[in-house]
Design a protein. Structure first.
Length: 179
């Protein structure tokens, strides 16, 4: 019994050491994405689409505003019935513009769907590379430095961003960029 107790105590201490010895690291996904040409191309395409949609919306708004100006200018000459018809037409046009704006830039709008369609595959590649690097380096936890998690201090020893960039086969690392 005297020999069994120290043996179990030894095993227990070894087990606790494994629990507290989790290895972790972090990556900067925003930096990684900014280095990827396909991400830049997707961002450019999204910006072009958004600019075009904004132009369409501005044009529609301008048309409605011109209708309001025309109504104010002719208001004195119109009968009450004609005036009411024009106001209804203007209100209908405003609703159309707002609906179009919601269809494009709303939470389920074309802008967000297109952004998801173009950027998600690139992000998936990065996340798969992070997973491979984590497995290769036996990391239990990987933080994203560019995310919502606030990291006040990070030891560069735990930065695996360059490993992910290398895994993706893109560009030079941060150190050669900073020199």
């Amino acid at each position: 019994m005297k020999r069994i107790l120290p043996f179990f105590l030894f095993l227990f201490l070894l087990g606790i050491n494994d629990i507290f010895a989790q290895k972790f690291g972090y990556v900067d996904t925003q930096y990684i994405l900014s280095r990827m040409s396909e991400y830049k191309a997707a961002q450019a395409e999204i910006a072009t689409l958004a600019k075009g949609w904004e132009g369409e919306i501005q044009q529609k708004l301008k048309e409605v505003e011109e209708m309001e100006i025309a109504l104010k200018a002719e208001e004195v000459l119109l009968t009450a019935e004609l005036k009411a018809e024009r106001k209804q037409e203007i209100d209908r046009k405003w609703r159309e513009v707002k609906d179009f704006q919601r269809q494009i830039f709303g939470s389920d709008g074309l802008y967000f769907l297109k952004k998801k369609e173009l950027i998600k595959p690139v992000q998936d590649r990065v996340f798969e590379a992070v997973e491979r690097v984590a497995k290769n380096n036996r990391l239990e936890i990987v933080f994203d430095k560019s995310g919502e998690l606030v990291m006040i201090y990070t030891n560069p020893v735990h930065d695996y961003t360059d490993y992910v960039i290398e895994d993706l086969g893109i560009g030079e690392n941060k150190e050669t960029e900073n020199n």
